[in-house]
Design a protein around this ligand. Sequence first.
Ligand code: MG
Length: 143
Amino acid sequence: MTPAPAADRTWVFDVDGCLIDSLTGTSLRPGAASVLDHLRGGGHRLLLWSAGGAEYALRRAAAQAIEHLFHGFHDKASRDGAGRYEVHALGVDIGTAVFVDDRPEDMPVGADVIAVRPYLAHSPHDRGLDVVARRAGMATLVP
Ligand SMILES: [Mg+2]
């Protein structure tokens, strides 16, 4: 896929196993706040979605004090016939959105997906978001 330009993209982030550990749900992945802050500062629109629902996504973000960085919270409510999540409720243009997820196989066909390694448990040296930082135009990821 073509790298995103400097701004005007919608970035859609997954919660569990992506930004927050999937085991306890209490550990923010290293670098998450830096990447989100960088993208927001660059004029991007940031959404957080989860199979646990919009309220769950907001709650998890608030627990990590990153909720102010998002423009919206959504449910991964419905899947298509192939089992991939549908995005009509997000109000995003699939052609200009970037999805960040540890389950890229669940993302819509044709979507620009950045697959991250699953963040399973608290790990202060995890570098799984490096790939996102690079796409976001950051020189280095500073946790
Ligand atoms: Mg996930």
